[in-house]
Ligand binder design. Structure first.
Ligand SMILES: CC(C)(COP(=O)(O)OP(=O)(O)OC[C@H]1O[C@@H](n2cnc3c(N)ncnc32)[C@H](O)[C@@H]1OP(=O)(O)O)[C@@H](O)C(=O)NCCC(=O)NCCS
Length: 167
């Protein structure tokens, strides 16, 4: 947490439902997320919420899925850019993954999302695959995925990043 920024990470509770659904819909076009050729309802997954320390304001959300010995971060949103909220949510998920016995935490982002790629690499994640044209294919499952992202970059490829648990 950065000096002057106060917030805490807590488990998702039922009262977060409408806030979280609105956030996911605004940012990801829907609560249903396309990842590696499948659709996942993020609202059905375990989630953690970052809450402003001075009140009840929710300032970040991460949803994740444990499958076998892997943990996939399905969505991660910070509403307080560059204040450490994203890193705190990520650290909390790594802790959950470790407790659950996962060997790796991984996620998909898209080729236009340079800030996220920087964010994850700064936390020790490595790019382990570039799935060329996977987003083009995912648009058949989820037509609301935009054609263009940051700076007008065509969104085409899925970038897979991972961090081995315990490293
Ligand atoms: C990516 C995201 C989660 C980062 O959240 P955040 O709260 O701003 O991140 P933090 O403040 O914890 O940043 C930690 C570090 O990540 C890096 N980083 C974060 N945002 C960055 C940006 N826009 N550009 C470059 N580096 C960035 C920096 O190294 C930063 O440390 P610093 O501020 O001391 O330089 C946030 O930008 C976001 O919600 N993006 C939209 C949703 C998204 O793309 N999610 C990721 C894919 S699931």
């Amino acid at each position: 947490m950065k000096p002057g920024c106060e917030y805490r990470i807590r488990p998702f509770v039922d009262a977060d439902h409408s806030w979280a659904a609105a956030l996911l819909t605004e940012y990801w076009g829907s609560c249903v997320i396309a990842t590696r050729g499948r659709l996942v309802d993020a609202m059905s997954l375990p989630a953690l919420v970052a809450v402003d320390g001075g009140g009840d304001e929710c300032v970040g959300l991460v949803t994740y899925e444990m499958r076998g010995d892997e943990c996939e971060i399905v969505t991660l949103n910070s509403l307080r850019p560059r204040e450490g909220v994203g890193r705190a949510l990520l650290t909390a998920v790594m802790g959950r993954a470790r407790e659950a016995g996962a060997s790796r935490v991984w996620l998909i982002t898209t080729n236009d999302n340079v800030p996220a790629i920087r964010f994850y690499q700064g936390a020790g994640f490595r790019i382990v695959a570039i799935h060329r044209d996977a987003v083009t294919a995912a648009r058949r499952l989820k037509p609301e995925i935009p054609l263009f992202g940051e700076g007008g970059t065509p969104i085409k490829d899925e970038i897979e990043l991972e961090l081995k648990v315990g490293l």
